[in-house]
Design a binder for this molecule. Structure first.
Ligand code: C5P
Ligand code: MG
Length: 234
């Protein structure tokens, strides 16, 4: 059962992202945020940033090594690494309003309500002093993506997809010993199913838009990073 390999070889794309289009989209999202009668921002926050943040998304199944590679990309190319899973886990440990719901969802390997996740992401980006972000583990579903477009609305420049077979992902999760509630066989099997059912459609979406860069995630940390470098190298 675990031998299935995602057949996504058609997803590699070489199209260049367009910073100009991003500026236009950001301008439109800014205009949308004003109600006509009051001319006050309907949703303050990210819109208060002086310049449009640069956003890149990083996707891949559980245990594929997104966090490890993101840390290296962030260090080498000057991004702020935001792991959405980490942001959600922080909500649990700070006993926030949504902490109990998030814990239950993560324990089951399901996806947290997009409204909660996107608002959390928005306030994190907005309160950050930096302006270049690598957002790891997001958008996890089409619902995540559409909610992001409604609330934040900045087109990602690059969407990285770390690709690996399910058997290897399960093995890596079970060996990593980070004490996570969801790093067990049952929850990881569920996360793999969720990845296939909900995240692959997002990967297909960005592939069709010419924004997807698929990276073979089998190999050493260094080997994988060598494959990533040309995407960000100036
Ligand atoms: O990315 P990471 O493996 O750290 O995510 C852990 C868990 O956090 C996911 O299995 C999911 O339950 C939750 N999550 C989510 N929505 C996201 C990212 C993570 O619900 N966009
Ligand atoms: Mg992670």
């Amino acid at each position: 059962m675990l031998r299935r390999v995602f057949s996504l070889s058609t997803l590699i794309s070489s199209a260049k992202p367009s910073p100009l289009l991003n500026q236009v989209a950001y301008g439109l999202s800014f205009l949308k945020a004003f109600s006509t009668d009051t001319l006050k921002p309907v949703e303050a926050g990210i819109l208060s940033k002086a310049t449009t943040p640069t956003i890149n998304f990083v996707l891949g199944g559980p245990g594929v090594g997104k966090g490890t590679q993101c840390a290296r990309i962030a260090d080498t190319y000057g991004f702020t690494h935001l792991s959405v899973g980490d942001l959600l886990r922080k909500e649990i440990s700070s006993n926030s309003e949504y902490g109990a719901m998030i814990l239950e969802t993560i324990t089951k390997g399901k996806i947290v309500s997009s409204e909660v996740t996107v608002k959390l992401l928005k306030s994190t980006i907005d309160s950050s002093k930096t302006n270049r972000f690598l957002i790891d583990g997001f958008p996890r579903s089409e619902e995540n993506r559409v909610t992001y477009e409604r609330i934040i609305g900045i087109e990602p420049e690059v969407v990285l997809f770390f690709d690996c077979d399910e058997e290897e992902m399960l093995k890596r999760v079970l060996h990593r010993n980070q004490g996570r509630v969801d790093d067990n066989v049952d929850t990881t099997m569920e996360r793999l199913k969720v990845f296939e059912a909900y995240t692959l459609p997002v990967i297909r979406y960005y592939s069709e838009k010419g924004k997807l860069y698929k990276i073979n995630a089998i190999g050493t940390e260094d080997e994988i990073f060598e494959r990533v470098k040309p995407i960000f190298a100036p």
